[in-house]
Design a protein around this ligand. Structure first.
Ligand SMILES: [Mg+2]
Length: 361
């Protein structure tokens, strides 16, 4: 193996911590998150609840409809953070190259720590065992030559999984992979790919780089590289976030307003999912639009309450775009969405009047 990248992902983390701390919840459908009455969302669901179609980021009211006998608990982030620190200590003892993605997920660069596949497997197993011994919780580990593949690998045999993708297995593995497993491909991008006749990774690989860039801009180039099994991104140790944003450029200027909005909505969702994954909330939402003549417009709104809600964020972004962005009759070459004013999220519930806002730019 050239590089050895591991992605370690705790299984149903918050729900598993609750089940561990309250043994009477073992084997039962558990939902951690804000209450339905307070328009909360699911932060985590135990595997027993997932069987009913419940998943994180789903409104609790919907989750309780799918699984009426589920036990709903408020989140206890101080507790989860404590367990997360224990897990982080295990990683840090192995390598300084640890990149946490959230409280319950991290990339580790283990290059040079093992030479054969057998050794890689033993190393991954020992990480799982140390986590189990220390926390009584299970983790799933994926190991591959790059981050993208490692992340997909950890999801292959969940829960308590271990999955290794070797260099010479990459192509065969990718061919079997449905597009929806692709990290960072939302429904709007998927629809556009399907319109191009691309339904699998194998199709994506056969597509020319030029065509993908033409249709999807820089995101298309990224997808093409990934379909070739290439991903050079480094494992970069933690840094605190000041803002979280996503943007995408188009090789050809967008002129269709519906497509612009679908793209913005996808960027907004992915930004907010990232905010939620880090257990953060943000107060100021940003829209960035670069016009055909390279004029860049940035607009923002500061809410009176911080949020980590997709609905609130999208409502705000859509309003900014509709009311504050003048396209001056031009096409659009770049769209971006961001959120700043980040703070730790603890309440798991929404204020009563989330839409009050201050407009700035
Ligand atoms: Mg997890």
């Amino acid at each position: 193996m050239s590089r050895i990248i591991a992605h370690v992902d705790m299984d149903a983390f918050y729900a598993s911590v609750e089940q561990r701390d309250h043994p009477e919840l073992k084997g039962k459908p558990v939902i951690v998150g804000g209450s339905a009455e307070q328009r909360g969302v699911v932060a985590a669901a135990s595997y027993e609840a997932r069987k009913f179609g419940v998943h994180s980021a789903m409104p609790t009211v919907r989750a309780m409809r799918l699984c009426p006998h589920a036990i709903r608990l408020p989140s206890h982030f101080a507790r989860y953070r404590e367990v997360s620190r224990q897990i982080r200590d295990i990683f840090n003892a192995l390598t300084p190259l640890v990149e946490p993605l959230s409280l319950d997920e991290a990339f580790l660069d283990l290059s040079g720590k093992a030479n054969t596949v057998k050794e890689v497997k033993a190393l991954a197993q020992s990480i799982k065992q140390q986590i189990l011994d220390t926390t009584q919780l299970t983790a799933s580990v994926g190991v591959a030559p790059n981050k993208f593949l490692a992340k997909i690998a950890s999801d292959q045999n969940k829960p308590d999984g271990l999955f290794i993708i070797r260099q010479n297995e990459i192509e065969a593995f990718l061919d079997e992979l449905p597009l929806k497993k692709l990290w960072g491909v939302g429904p709007a991008t998927r629809r556009r790919l399907e319109k191009m006749g691309i339904e699998t990774m194998a199709h994506l690989r056969q597509c020319s780089l030029a065509d993908l860039v033409k249709q999807l801009g820089s995101h298309g180039a990224h997808l093409w590289k990934i379909s070739q099994g290439q991903d050079d991104r480094e494992v970069t140790p933690d840094r605190p976030y000041k803002n979280i944003s996503r943007e995408t450029t188009f090789a050809e200027d967008l002129v269709d307003r519906d497509v612009m909005k679908a793209t913005l909505q996808e960027l907004c969702e992915s930004t907010i999912n990232n905010v939620r994954k880090h257990n953060l909330q943000g107060k100021t939402l940003h829209v960035k639009v670069r016009l055909g003549d390279f004029t860049t417009l940035t607009r923002n709104i500061t809410l009176s309450w911080p949020t980590q809600e997709n609905g609130v964020a999208w409502h705000t972004i859509e309003k900014l775009f509709d009311q504050k962005v003048d396209l001056q009759g031009q096409g659009v070459r770049l769209l971006g969405v961001g959120i700043s004013g980040l703070s730790d999220h603890n309440s798991g519930q929404l204020p009563l009047f989330p839409y009050e806002e201050m407009v700035g730019h």
